[in-house]
Design a protein around this ligand. Structure first.
Ligand code: FEO
Length: 171
């Protein structure tokens, strides 16, 4: 059984994961608009991953006999000053998500909710990967400078990313 405090916090995080998906879908649309189809693909895959994160919270709340309460999802920005600016915003966003997951872990420890603590460990590890993968792209884009050829190469690489459905909740 979830405490009201934990249920509210999990619902809040579910909303954040949905917003994350919305934000990356908006970035994908922006990259399409500037003809960077590889980056658009990368963000499209990221948007799908975020939906699976939201799904994990959705399923877990139900598994624990809780109530999912969906709220309004905020509208994301539409435009970015450059590909680097978009990926820098994605990195800043992931850093915020990491801070939120850490706050959630602190809350469930206070509430002595060990099952939710175990559930959240997947997200603690996932956030390390999320920050690293976005950070790598930020690093590559910083090397582009005035060389459009480099941007073309990076975009081709970003186009290789494919979506993999996470196979189990606790992996
Ligand atoms: Fe689900 Fe990228 O945080």
């Amino acid at each position: 059984m979830l405490s009201q405090k934990v249920q509210d916090a999990l619902n809040e995080q579910l909303n954040w994961e949905l917003y994350s998906s919305y934000l990356y879908a908006a970035m994908s649309a922006y990259f399409h608009s500037v003809n960077l189809k590889g980056a658009a693909n990368w963000m499209r895959v990221q948007a799908m991953e975020e939906l699976t994160h939201a799904g994990k919270f959705f399923d877990f709340i139900h598994e624990r006999g809780g109530r999912v309460l969906l709220k309004e999802v905020a509208a994301p920005p539409k435009e970015w000053a450059s590909p680097l600016a978009a990926f820098e915003e994605a990195l800043a966003h992931e850093q915020k998500v990491t801070a939120r997951i850490n706050d959630l872990v602190n809350l469930v420890l206070e509430e002595k909710d060990h099952a939710t603590h175990i559930f959240l460990q997947w997200f603690v590890s996932e956030q390390v990967e999320e920050e690293a993968s976005v950070g790598d792209v930020v690093g590559d884009l910083k090397l582009v400078g005035d060389h459009p050829g480099r941007l073309f190469m990076i975009d081709r690489e970003l186009g290789q990313r494919t979506f993999h459905m996470p196979s189990a909740r606790k992996e």
